[in-house]
Design a binder for this molecule. Structure first.
Ligand code: SAH
Length: 205
């Protein structure tokens, strides 16, 4: 898989070696196990998908994560991207709105000896500064109709957000750097297709 990622233009060795260490087949249902190391998005239940490896690698590379950085991920899903960030030695905070996925993934990550802080909540609101401080990096792994203002506020100066923004059919990958309080620089990186970022928490399905 790592060879495939190199062919697709991923050059960040921190990302490649993290992805080499995370066993992707453990994050998907047995029925799809033979597809685990191919470049596919795969259903993970509750109508959601694990992002395809090249997308995980691409977002992780844009995020430019170094050791000990505080990273906020929106959309825990299967936990695969979370595990990649943990392997990159980030301090990971991750939010999921679907209770079934939140419960299952938190349990599994712990069993695999990954220790992110997992939250059941609405990613649009992020985590309050009073309780969690500001973040170096914010990664959104679902398609956002707009850039959530609360998440911009929860970034440090010099912080980076990677977010796919657009209507449901396709989104443009944006990298937003916070240059000063209220000041942002935005770069665009092509079109992607993510499951939608939804507004409220789902405690049931
Ligand atoms: N990072 C995940 C991607 C899963 S798909 C992985 O590697 O598997 C995106 C996830 O975002 C889904 O699990 C979906 O339930 C979740 N999601 C959608 N809207 C959300 C919101 N507002 N807050 C938190 N999570 C959300």
């Amino acid at each position: 898989m790592v060879r495939l990622l190199r062919e697709k233009g991923i050059t960040d060795e921190r990302v490649l070696s993290a992805m080499e260490r995370v066993p992707r087949h453990l994050f998907i249902d047995d029925a799809f196990e033979n597809l685990a190391y191919e470049d596919n998005a795969i259903p993970i239940g509750a109508g959601q998908t694990i992002s395809q490896p090249s997308t995980v690698a691409y977002q992780s590379q844009l995020l430019d994560v170094s050791h000990s950085m505080k990273v906020l991920e929106i959309g825990t899903g299967s936990g695969y991207q979370t595990a990649v960030l943990c392997e990159m030695k980030a301090q990971v905070f991750t939010i999921e709105r679907q209770k079934v996925l939140f419960d299952r993934t938190r349990h599994m990550l712990t069993q695999m000896h990954y220790h992110p802080r997992c939250f059941l909540g609405n990613g649009y609101q992020g985590l309050t500064e009073a309780n969690f401080g500001l973040f170096d990096r914010v990664l959104i792994t679902c398609g956002a109709p707009c850039i959530p203002n609360d998440l911009l506020k929860q970034m440090k100066i010099g912080g980076i957000m990677v977010i796919p923004v657009g209507e449901s059919k396709k989104q443009t990958m944006l990298r937003i750097t916070k240059t000063r309080e209220g000041g942002y620089e935005t770069e665009r990186f092509g079109d992607f297709k993510f499951v939608p970022m939804l507004q409220d928490i789902n405690f049931h399905s």
